[in-house]
Design a protein around this ligand. Sequence first.
Ligand SMILES: NC(=O)c1ccc[n+]([C@@H]2O[C@H](COP(=O)([O-])OP(=O)(O)OC[C@H]3O[C@@H](n4cnc5c(N)ncnc54)[C@H](OP(=O)(O)O)[C@@H]3O)[C@@H](O)[C@H]2O)c1
Length: 270
Amino acid sequence: MPLKGQKIGFLGGGAMGEALLTGLVRTGLAPSALYVSDISAPRLDYLKQKLGVNITTDNVAMVQEVDIVILAVKPHLAADVLKNVAAAVRPGQTFISIAAGITTGLIESYLEGRIPVVRVMPNTPCLVGEGASAVSAGKYAAEDNVAMALAVFGAAGKAVEVPETLLDCVTGLSGSGPAYMYMILEGFIDGAVHLGLPRQVARELMAQTMLGAARMVLDSDEHLGKLRDQVTTPGGTTIAGLFAMEEGALRSVLMKTVAAAAQRSRELSG
Ligand SMILES: NC(=O)c1ccc[n+]([C@@H]2O[C@H](COP(=O)([O-])OP(=O)(O)OC[C@H]3O[C@@H](n4cnc5c(N)ncnc54)[C@H](OP(=O)(O)O)[C@@H]3O)[C@@H](O)[C@H]2O)c1
């Protein structure tokens, strides 16, 4: 376990900070090894009450105390926080950032010395322990720094490593992905409501179908076409539905969706 004996501190205890702290506590890390620093005292009290973690309003003091620092403030606040803590960050630490669009190069330029930086793009299902996160190493980050980041984000779902050049693509895929899934779900639900099914029933059935299909994909190495064929009887109902999807050029729309979001991510971080 790469996190054993490590003290982990969050700069910012908002939605993401809370989700990740919750995941770490759930995987068995002692709350006494977890730290969070935030400008909001009521927020800190809430986190202390809920998770038993160490709290402070002093970002610098927290950075001095821990082995792994996780920058989890909104991107527009990242520069100020980085400048404030820069002198306290040590090369022996792992500095992780989830601030969208802020590159490892930019973070390294704020910090002093050869600091191992790892940048991560998580998504909101981290809040329920089902996140999908991609981690990218900065130029001073070694394998063990990446392993620690994978362990932190693996505690709140799945985490994979990608080169930083692909993080905009990840942002347009899994970062924005929950919104795509909600939109697709809504479309299916409306379709069923149109045919007379109560909305709540349609919602429950289709959300569970999405969850179940995702579980089948994650649990097997089968080609997606093969899984689809398993529910597609010749001349049956499913092929009639799939034909309607093809007529609407669904696959082309989905591919353009990822491309448009990735392009926007590049523009925002450029
Ligand atoms: N949520 C997502 O789906 C998602 C996905 C990918 C990446 N991210 C990234 O995750 C980061 C955090 O997002 P979030 O949704 O968790 O944001 P958030 O809920 O706003 O959390 C940030 C926390 O940091 C606090 N804060 C503000 N200034 C601070 C300072 N100087 N020092 C210490 N703490 C400070 C905020 O307090 P106040 O609220 O009082 O200002 C808030 O409690 C963002 O950079 C975002 O790009 C989020």
